[in-house]
Design a protein around this ligand. Structure first.
Ligand SMILES: Nc1c(NC[C@H](O)[C@H](O)[C@H](O)CO)[nH]c(=O)[nH]c1=O
Ligand SMILES: CC(=O)[C@@H](O)COP(=O)(O)O
Length: 158
């Protein structure tokens, strides 16, 4: 590939010194607990201190945006991580919960200017969720933690 003489900016994957808030849904907690494990493992492996990580538990993914926004606007956190698992049932409820959780987190991060990474699974089946919580398809909680670290460091450059 041709080398370009451009300035490239990228957030370091270094979590040392970062304060991080995690909002995790209790709904489907057999899944969300694994997402939380993945996020905490990633944060500490990249240098975050457990003393600098706060975890807030909410009833379901619909409640994530409000708590994520409250953490972000507190000024106490360099980044917030949103973790949930919305699994399709028999009714259209899945669409509403998924859409509002997604839109709410997106709005909260833009409104507060604080990185809020999106680790909310939206799956058709329980198996799909299990596979994305530390089995065959990785761990969305770990991925969300990496995004939070990178964005906190990248935004610190501006
Ligand atoms: N069905 C799922 C829900 N439903 C609960 C909502 O998130 C919310 O807590 C309730 O409507 C009360 O406001 N939540 C999930 O996180 N995952 C689901 O599969
Ligand atoms: C995503 C949901 O709210 C869903 O799990 C609820 O299940 P159902 O649509 O069968 O009531």
């Amino acid at each position: 590939m041709t080398d370009y003489d451009v300035t490239e900016l990228e957030g370091e994957l270094d979590a040392s010194g970062l304060t991080v808030g995690i909002v995790v849904s209790r709904f489907n907690d057999l899944i969300t607990g694994k997402l939380l494990d993945g996020a905490l493992d990633t944060l500490t492996r990249h240098g975050a201190s457990e003393d600098d990580i706060d975890v807030a538990r909410v009833p379901g993914s619909f409640e994530i945006p409000l708590m994520a926004k409250r953490m972000a606007e507190s000024g106490d956190y360099d980044a917030v991580i949103a973790l949930g698992a919305v699994i399709r049932g028999e009714t259209p409820h899945f669409e509403y919960v998924s859409n509002e959780a997604t839109k709410g987190v997106a709005k909260a991060t833009l409104d507060t200017d604080v990185p809020i990474s999106f680790g909310v699974l939206t799956t058709d089946t329980t198996e799909q969720a299990i596979n994305r919580a530390g089995v065959k398809q990785g761990n969305k909680g770990s991925e969300a933690a990496e995004s939070a670290i990178e964005m906190a460091n990248l935004l610190d450059e501006f």
